[in-house]
Design a protein. Structure first.
Length: 146
């Protein structure tokens, strides 16, 4: 492995750890802030849904930030044909990687592909975690209403 590949993998591992900690903290905050389930069961599910959406957008922004930081380092690669990627390009690549397991219309070149792989893994993990979280909440409400 080259130095740039090791650097990008290390950055991706850090991002994966940050995503896990950030997501866990976000879920705790959402659980604490949502309306009481017994008083407003359906409102709590809707509030949780929107809160999870905002949490995922923040996580995508973290991925975009890591992409930008690593691409500042010469030799780490590029994002397709864009000579000067814009913030929207970084968000698009991070968001597409996060929710589609890495499939996007932008082809990354070089070591940065390793970060996109880890961002896809992190996205899959936290999206699954969120689905379990809201599914469990809905199951509790459904059982209480029965």
């Amino acid at each position: 492995m080259t130095e740039s590949q090791i650097l990008v993998l290390a950055g991706g591992a850090v991002l994966l750890g940050v995503l896990g900690a950030f997501h866990m903290s976000g879920l705790r905050l959402i659980g604490w802030c949502t309306p009481r389930r017994q008083d407003h069961p359906h409102l709590s599910v809707i509030a949780t849904f929107w809160s999870l959406g905002l949490l995922h957008l923040a996580e995508i922004a973290l991925g975009a930030l890591m992409l930008w930081l690593l691409l500042l380092i010469p030799g780490t690669g590029s994002l397709g044909a864009a000579a000067e990627p814009t913030p929207a390009d970084y968000l698009y690549v991070a968001g597409s990687s996060f929710v589609t397991l890495g499939y996007a219309q932008v082809n990354a070149h070089g070591a940065i592909r390793l970060l996109i792989m880890l961002l896809s893994l992190g996205g899959f993990m936290v999206l699954t975690w969120s689905a379990t979280f809201i599914y469990s909440m809905w199951g509790e409400i459904f059982r209480e209403e029965s």
